[in-house]
Design a protein. Structure first.
Length: 375
């Protein structure tokens, strides 16, 4: 009998690093430095070093990282920001909350990421920024996006919540970690993310000193000097226990991403040349850290496939079943069915298989066989 299959196996991962994690947590408890303790500073420094980023500003979650970025860049109601309709709602939700108009641009079929060829025609005099989303673990075409942003004087806020550790490769061979290329990069440490804590957490990256100061201030009620509030901010902190956990797991991040890639390659082989299953395409300019292993199903009833997988006790997920421009919450933007045909077709075709650091080949073989049976 094989072990029960989970979409993400956080327990199995914890068991291998239990001693280090428990020690680090207990140090925080003993110290009682629960908020802004030394563990937060240590993790911040280690992450800056890992990324090659000048500043890491820890915060409470990935959604806040996006919101605080937009606030620090001075974006306000009435401005326009361009992003993808094929992402988790948080990316566009923060725009709506700040009164910023969200302008969607369709994605590419192969990479699930913003179609840079369509980006420029969405720019208007009101456009202030682009939010590229590095979906499922690989980078958007950041070289092209930065070129367009420079030409039109736009800010770039990278939503790197699903791609921490992935590398973008420039045409001249230069490499940068995703999230360190735009004005800011945003990540989430939600437990199931590639670098996840045991609660909520997030961070903002930037190489700009002045912007870093502002981001830090906004995360702390707009306070730059104690009880002097220069502007309105929010309360968004990474707590010390989460930082202590992340500081342990950061050491293993590259190893975790290698394990994910290996699992992806195993799946790829199983579905190679299958007429009804399209495996993920890897962009030439980015490494892939496989936050999700997402297939496109062709000429099949996806609902039935998902049901059959559930019957076989294999959890599978549909990320994302409704593109953002067709969500009830964004009705006010006035988009209609047919506006972003690729995002719409993807939302009808995709299915994500279990993907985590503890998958065994035996489990993967079982998942693959059942999927081939189901289609
Ligand atoms: C997870 C995620 C977020 C939000 O992160 P939270 O920490 O849950 O707030 C934003 N964007 C994308 C693409 C995500 O996957």
């Amino acid at each position: 009998m094989i072990n029960p299959i989970k979409m993400v196996d956080l327990k199995g991962q914890y068991e291998k690093i239990k001693k280090e994690i428990d020690e680090n947590i207990s140090q925080v408890i003993e110290s009682t430095a629960f908020i802004n303790g030394p563990k937060v500073k240590e993790f911040q420094a280690h992450l800056e070093n890992y990324l090659g980023a000048k500043h890491v500003i820890p915060c409470a979650n990935g959604t806040d990282a996006l919101q605080v970025s937009l606030m620090a860049l001075g974006l306000k109601a009435g401005d326009e920001v361009i992003t993808s309709p094929f992402t988790f709602i948080a990316t566009a939700e923060v725009l709506g909350l700040l009164g910023i108009t969200c302008k969607f641009v369709d994605v590419e079929w192969d990479s699930f990421n913003l179609d840079v060829a369509q980006l420029e025609k969405a720019i208007t005099p009101k456009t202030k920024a682009i939010i590229p989303v590095h979906l499922f673990g690989q980078s958007c075409n950041m070289e092209k996006i930065m070129e367009i942003a420079k030409k039109h004087a736009l800010f770039v806020v990278e939503d790197a919540c699903q791609a921490i550790g992935a590398t973008f490769i420039f045409k001249n061979g230069e490499k940068k970690k995703v999230g360190t290329i735009g004005d800011t990069g945003c990540v989430s440490f939600f437990p199931s993310k590639n670098l996840g804590c045991y609660g909520d957490g997030g961070a903002i990256f930037t190489n700009n000193d002045e912007l870093a100061r502002k981001l830090r201030g906004i995360c702390n009620h707009g306070m730059f000097k104690q009880y002097h509030h220069e502007l309105l901010g929010v309360n968004s902190r990474l707590d010390s226990i989460q930082a202590a956990i992340l500081d342990v797991k950061l050491k293993y991040l590259d190893g975790y991403n290698v394990a994910r890639k290996k699992a992806a390659e195993f799946y790829d082989k199983m579905f190679e040349n299958h007429p009804k299953i399209e495996t993920p395409a890897i962009s030439s300019f980015s490494t892939h850290v496989f936050h999700q292993y997402t297939l496109k199903l062709k000429n099949v009833d996806r609902k039935k496939v998902v049901e059959k997988m559930k019957e076989a006790e294999i959890p599978v997920m549909v990320y994302y079943p409704i593109p953002l421009h067709l969500q009830e919450a964004f009705k006010y933007l006035g988009y209609q069915k047919g506006d972003f045909p690729i995002a719409e077709k993807l939302s009808e075709s995709v299915v994500s298989l279990p993907m985590h650091t503890e998958l065994t080949e035996e489990q993967q073989r079982f998942i693959g066989e059942k999927l081939i049976e189901a289609v």
